[in-house]
Design a protein around this ligand. Structure first.
Ligand SMILES: [Zn+2]
Length: 83
């Protein structure tokens, strides 16, 4: 779970693509069985980390970029930070 530090919205974002990105930009977000976010872009699936989020994600609510943090609520992120 990621949260926007500006508006506190969790897991609601769009991706910024490089101007020279040639793919179809088909973007899907889902949760796996460990409650981690999985992003699929043009058939390539991965689990985004905070560094990825702060480089590529735009808040879908307030439009801020580079404002993501792990969502601390519920103490769920202990396992995420362990890596
Ligand atoms: Zn926001």
């Amino acid at each position: 779970m990621f949260i926007c530090k500006n508006c506190k919205t969790a897991d609601r974002f769009e991706l910024m693509f490089a101007p020279d990105y040639m793919g179809e930009k088909r973007f899907k977000m889902e949760y796996n069985e460990k409650d981690e976010i999985e992003i699929t872009v043009d058939g390539y699936k991965f689990i985004p980390d905070l560094q990825f989020m702060n480089a590529h994600a735009v808040c879908g609510y307030c439009g801020q970029i580079y404002m993501w943090d792990y969502d601390m609520k519920g103490g769920q992120n202990e396992k995420i930070q362990k890596k």
